[in-house]
Structure formats: C-alpha cells, structure tokens
Design a protein around this ligand. Structure first.
Ligand SMILES: [Fe+2]
Ligand SMILES: [Fe+2]
Length: 210
C-alpha cells in the first residue's frame, strides 16, 4: 500500500474532519511535487485518501444532509459529478509511468486543479450549510459514521487503478458523468477555445504595445 502516513481519527465534527482532509489533500499534492521524497508512496497515499474520503461522503454525509434539507439534490449530484471528474484525473495520474516524467507532472497538475476546485466548492455549498443547519451533536455523530467508513476503505485499500476505473465506470453507468468519448470530445473543444483565446490576447497585447 503506502509508507506515507494517513491520519485515521475516529471522531469529531464531520465538517471539521472533512476540512482537515482537504488540507491533507493539499499537503499530499505538494509531496507529490517534491523531488526529495518518495513520490510513488505520496502518490499512493493521495489516491487512497481521495477515494476513501469521497466514497464515504457520498455514502454517509450527502444523503444525510439532503434528508435534513441542508443541501439540495442538485448540490448532491453536482458534488458527485466532481468526484467522478477527480477520479478521471486520478486515473490518468496513476497510469503515468514512473514519477519523473512530463506525463507525471502534467497529470498531477490536472488532478490538483480538479481537487482544489471541488474542495473550494464543497466548502462553500455543502459544509457551510451543514454547519448552519445541522446541530453540533448530529455533526459529531455524522463525523464518527463518516470516519468509520473512510478508515475502513483505507484499511481495505480502495484506490488501485482497477478500483478507480470501476468507480468511473459506475459513475458513467449511472449518468453522473458523460461517456468517455463525449468527455474527450468536450476536452478537445475546450482546448481549441483556450488556444483561440490566447491568440486573441496575444494579438491585443502586441497591438497595444505597437
Ligand atoms: Fe470533501
Ligand atoms: Fe467531496
């Protein structure tokens, strides 16, 4: 599995514990960028905690927040879609051969973008309402339930390439994300638009300088 230590608290306010994990994601992303650490071990740890965290959120936290009307069904679905997008980026990162290649660096930064985007949005649209709408006692109960599932997944090992691929297949089958072909097509369109935007800005800079 991994030599990089992942903390396994067993209780606490669910909102605070989720926030701690979001900070842990940032730490592990940084570890993965360093050249003086065992990157392979950092990569495995990052994958394991990303998957355990998100699966346990989907199973134990989101449904409860929806039932107590802290979040809407739309917010729950949107978050699940972002988890699938993270899994897609994570799979590419895990598939990068070696840890000193351009592919490793590129897929790492794409994963970092997806993770940071989701953590920010979840903190705003899910954790803030949870703090406001759910009582302290219930948040503590939910914390224990979420952590128990998260830690169980960590103990079992939940983020091999095959396991992440299976999560993606499931998300596709349930319509959480578009099929792979459509996602690739959409990415190509986005890339083309990005290039065109860059050209327009470059041209405008030259014109204003000239
Ligand atoms: Fe989260
Ligand atoms: Fe999440």
């Amino acid at each position: 599995m991994t030599d990089t230590e992942i903390p396994r608290p067993t209780d606490g306010d669910v909102v605070e514990r989720i926030l701690e994990d979001h900070r842990l994601f940032e730490d592990l992303l940084r570890q993965c960028r360093r050249t003086d650490v065992d990157r392979a071990s950092a990569r495995t740890a990052l994958a394991e905690v990303l998957v355990a965290h998100a699966v346990a959120e989907e199973e134990k936290v989101y449904p409860e927040l929806r039932r107590s009307r802290a979040i809407s069904g739309h917010e729950e679905e949107h978050s699940e879609e972002e988890h699938a997008e993270i899994n897609e980026a994570l799979l590419a990162f895990l598939q990068a051969k070696g840890t000193d290649t351009q592919k490793y660096e590129d897929t790492l930064e794409e994963l970092a973008t997806a993770v940071n985007h989701h953590a920010g949005e979840e903190e705003t649209t899910i954790l803030n309402p949870a703090r406001e709408e759910v009582g302290e006692e219930r948040r503590a109960e939910l914390g224990a339930v979420w952590l128990s599932r998260r830690n169980q997944l960590l103990d079992e090992g939940c983020a091999s390439e095959e396991q992440v691929q299976a999560l993606l297949d499931e998300a596709e089958a349930e319509g959480v994300i578009a099929p792979e072909g459509a996602r690739e097509e959409a990415d190509a369109v986005k890339e083309e638009a990005r290039k065109t935007a860059e050209e327009i800005e470059e041209k405008a800079k030259q014109e204003s300088a000239g």
